[in-house]
Design a binder for this molecule. Sequence first.
Ligand SMILES: C[S@@+](CC[C@H](N)C(=O)[O-])C[C@H]1O[C@@H](n2cnc3c(N)ncnc32)[C@H](O)[C@@H]1O
Length: 391
Amino acid sequence: MTEQWQQDIEKWMKGGELLQATLSQLKRKDGDASPKTVVRPIQLKNGLHFQFEYHFANKVTHENVTAAGAAGRLIDLLSGHYRQALLKTPEADVQLLFSKKGKASVLTKAPSGGARPLSLEHNRQKQRVLEEGKAAPFLVELGIMTPAGLVHAKKQDKYRQINRFLEMVTDVLAYLPMDRELTIVDFGCGKSYLTFALYHLLAVEQQRKINIIGLDLKADVIAFCSELAGKLGYDRLRFLVGDIADYEELQSADMVVTLHACDTATDAALAKAVNWGASVIMSVPCCQHELFKQISNDTLAPILSQGLLKERFAALATDAARGTLLEALGYKVQMLEFVDPEHTPKNLLIRAVKNEKHAFSAKKWEQYERFRELLQITPSLESMLSDQWPG
Ligand SMILES: C[S@@+](CC[C@H](N)C(=O)[O-])C[C@H]1O[C@@H](n2cnc3c(N)ncnc32)[C@H](O)[C@@H]1O
């Protein structure tokens, strides 16, 4: 006979009311069930599913189950392996406790509200460019997903970073020309996770005509990336060995990406982007050492006399100067938080798009000049773009 708690689970899952279920306290510790399992609704392209997240000691694995099959799966897991479950619905938090003989007692409390309503879960899922459960070949080759489309536990951060980057690109796609082939350059591309992701988004998913070039100083990573591009059949993605400052192959580009290119290599990339008239620039700077040696201002002694504070202040000042120079040149600039998988302070993305008018802004240039005077600095980006400034 079906018990009441089983009927409730059937009703909540089929009706999309279950916000989250957490199963814990294994009956037997020597079996192969995960010590904890968390179940959440997710909206996939082919309808509502429930994601079963199995937490083992050293790894987390995922399984997506259709709404029709999920209640049976949850009930089987609960009856077979766990002593306790917390089920969250919009109306209540329901705790199930199982005795040694398997008899359930049910405790109902007011909803904690901690779980995300299903409607929001839908939205979150929709915004993700790369979905779990759908294998993207480049992610499989780079060791982030399994061929079945599940993200490896250790690569969750990287996967989130790639998705976040693609979301931030998607937001500014309207600034790129639609009527011709796009040229995109990734300066300091390294192992090129994000370059491959861009190609996947634009050439594979959106079927746009593009030409992407990845440039890096390191011959070995470029050889790896070239081989992978060949293996994936990404024939409009080329990788080259070289220094950003010396790269002279192009006359124009539509988008320039530069992520974690060190110190003034970022400025070299930004200067190229501006001179090519790029419509979109995505830059995550790192190692902003240049201004650290230059900054001087007696009033700022409380900051500048402390090495750590000075370092952070110099990094902020560097990016503020870069942003203001781009604004002076007619770009609309946003400073966004970028998810860094290593949780380092290299977490700021400068996103610049070319305004329609794209006119020089004397106001921004004056702002920059005052800032430069205040801190006694001579940022490289200004000198790299010397022919752009008034008299
Ligand atoms: C920290 S890695 C970042 C790689 C990749 N963009 C990412 O975000 O995963 C920085 C890369 O920039 C490259 N790089 C630094 N300075 C460069 C320069 N002047 N020209 C070309 N590549 C440069 C390095 O070789 C390195 O691969």
